[in-house]
Design a protein around this ligand. Structure first.
Ligand SMILES: [Zn+2]
Ligand SMILES: [Zn+2]
Length: 269
């Protein structure tokens, strides 16, 4: 018998602060081969508008969950970047913001047929959509340093390329820093050719601590509300990859090299 699950059971909603909700889904329950447990979406509630950061994997309807949290506030939706686990429910919303360098990547249907041989039963929900994620109707390209106004709260866009060309981080005026896939614990997906780019993005984020010592980090995967040490450890870890390169193993599903140190796993393309 197939167990029926619904959005409210699939997504875990955590009220982390009065104005900040974390909505988590289990990426390992979709496909354990990504070696990632959680994808984190965030809702930031301002006095007149709410910002949804990422739309998840698109297996279950997300909009009903969001509507329950934002009351009658105007909703703004942004993608930290265009990977499938961050854009899945884009088509449920009228408009999505994304960095200009990844605008085109979310304008077409996304083929998820690489997930077909996942060991997880829930993947059958994609089968009914022929493993295609439909695109959002309207896309608004954004750029570095743009500000999103939510009323009493404002959020600055910071271009942090490396993991992908249009990756963004977002800093609220209350010093929550959303880092997307630019920095998180667990399995970091990186391209060897862009190590210098990601390292300069991480130091750009570290530089912000010179101005605001109390920044808290909210990544798009795994633990959230972590400190500056995440960025310090990640920067050191990436710079050390050449020294541990001989310990790499091959992952054929991901088509990448796997390495690890005491803080991170690295999936290197
Ligand atoms: Zn990603
Ligand atoms: Zn991701």
């Amino acid at each position: 018998m197939t167990k029926i699950i619904e959005s409210h059971q699939w997504f875990e909603t955590i009220k982390h602060k009065d104005y900040l909700y974390v909505i988590r889904e289990r990426l390992d329950e979709i496909d354990p081969r990504f070696d990632t447990t959680y994808t984190n979406l965030y809702i930031v509630l301002g006095s007149h508008s709410a910002l949804l950061i990422d739309t998840g994997c698109g297996l279950f309807p997300l909009k009903p969950i969001i509507n329950d949290l934002i009351d009658d506030k105007q909703l703004i939706v942004i993608n930290t970047h265009s990977h499938f686990d961050h854009i899945g429910s884009n088509s449920e919303f009228d408009k999505v913001l994304i960095h200009k360098r990844e605008r085109k990547l979310i304008s077409k249907p996304r083929d998820l047929s690489f997930l077909k041989d996942s060991s997880k039963e829930v993947i059958k929900r994609y089968e009914s959509k022929n493993y295609i994620l439909p695109p959002v109707k309207e896309i608004q390209a954004v750029d570095d340093e743009e500000i999103i106004e939510l009323g009493d709260l404002s959020i600055k866009i910071i271009h942090t390329p490396g993991h992908s060309p249009g990756c963004i981080s977002l800093l609220t005026n209350k010093h929550e820093l959303f880092t997307g896939d630019t920095a998180h614990y667990g399995a970091m997906y990186l391209t060897k050719a862009t190590f210098p780019i990601i390292l300069s993005s991480i130091s750009k984020l570290l530089d912000m601590y010179k101005e605001f010592k109390d920044i808290e980090i909210y990544p798009s995967h795994e633990e959230f509300a972590v400190g500056k040490e995440l960025l310090v450890q990640l920067s050191q870890g990436i710079q050390n990859i050449d020294n541990i390169w001989d310990t790499k193993t091959r992952d054929d599903f991901l088509g990448a090299w796997l390495l690890s140190d005491e803080n991170f796993k690295y999936v290197i393309f």
